[in-house]
Design a protein around this ligand. Sequence first.
Ligand SMILES: Cc1cc2nc3c(=O)[nH]c(=O)nc-3n(C[C@H](O)[C@H](O)[C@H](O)COP(=O)(O)O)c2cc1C
Length: 365
Amino acid sequence: MSLIKNNPMRGGNKFKLGVFGANADGCLSITKHPDRWMAEWDDVVAAAQISDRAGLDFFLPLARWKGFGGETNARHISYETFTFAAALSGLTQQIALFATVHTLIVPPVYAAKALATLDHASHGRAGLNMVCGWNQPEFDMFGLTKPDQVYDQGKEWFEILKRTLSGEAPFDFKGDFFDLKGVCGAPGSVQKPHPITLSAAFSPPGRDFAAAACDCIFTTFNTHEDAAATIADFRGRVEKADGNAGLFAPVHVVCRPTTTEAEDYYESYAVTQTDNAAVDQHMAMKKKMSGSHDPAAYDLYRKRFAGGAGSYPLIGTPGQIADEMIRLNQLGFGGLALSFVNPKDELPYFCDHVLPLLTEAGLRQ
Ligand SMILES: Cc1cc2nc3c(=O)[nH]c(=O)nc-3n(C[C@H](O)[C@H](O)[C@H](O)COP(=O)(O)O)c2cc1C
């Protein structure tokens, strides 16, 4: 029997923080800035270990198979996420390690086995972020077409994964998307009934899927006002589904001793030195194929797409960033997934200066 460590995603800090996207070039940014993250493996390990030692709660990779073109072909480099998390499990002590998985691409029985392996290797620190997906050129690499009812496929996928992880006697499954015979999987997961689950989504069907089945939705917002509306809408769906899912959001962070330094750096990497062609393609593809953002966001917030793939910006001093995080927690977010232009270089200052303020505010231990 594997020894279970405390998974920081279960209990612990009231407001959870982790790093998002360090498995891919640029993290969430689209930039030609010389500090740009190239996802070199030793840098990834360094960033994960800084996060682990500082007591951050999770390390969350993104799932990407193709770049967005332009000069940098942003995101053409990315590590596969189960093996990424498993490799980091031997190099970290306490942090939760997520895999981000396309339900359309990875068969659920394979995903269950990989997740169980990660959960054992990490002594119960595994997490699963399900992405039902949007990017047809990526699906073309696998000879797949995104179905219209992608979340119905996701529901069947997740049901099979859970049953496989539970170690129940061999079972058959017949649905609209899967017809499986004699499914079994041992060992089951260390965490019972299964590792922590997120679902990255925005649309009403995506919200319903997460509300009914997951521990958390991982979703986007543009302003405090629309965040409040999204949270109220999602909570209504959770109540209807009799679930207890929470909400997490991605943000991009520039934390500096002065506001001017932070804003100047943001302007330099996300405007002056952005890769405009890659930003154009990223936004055009998302506009056409993904419901992950409010349609108005593409016109209003180009800088945010260059700065952090359309996530919310946290730009400023440690005090300003901590205040904004406190506000987002008050609105109803249980955690944030942080991206930086260069996580290895920027995490130490962030952890040393922002985390103590959140502890003082009672959001973290
Ligand atoms: C915060 C967030 C993170 C996401 N991360 C990924 C990712 O890593 N890879 C991916 O292919 N899609 C990702 N997506 C896209 C979603 O899986 C989904 O396909 C997209 O949001 C469209 O579905 P929706 O209309 O239900 O939101 C993400 C979406 C959100 C909101």
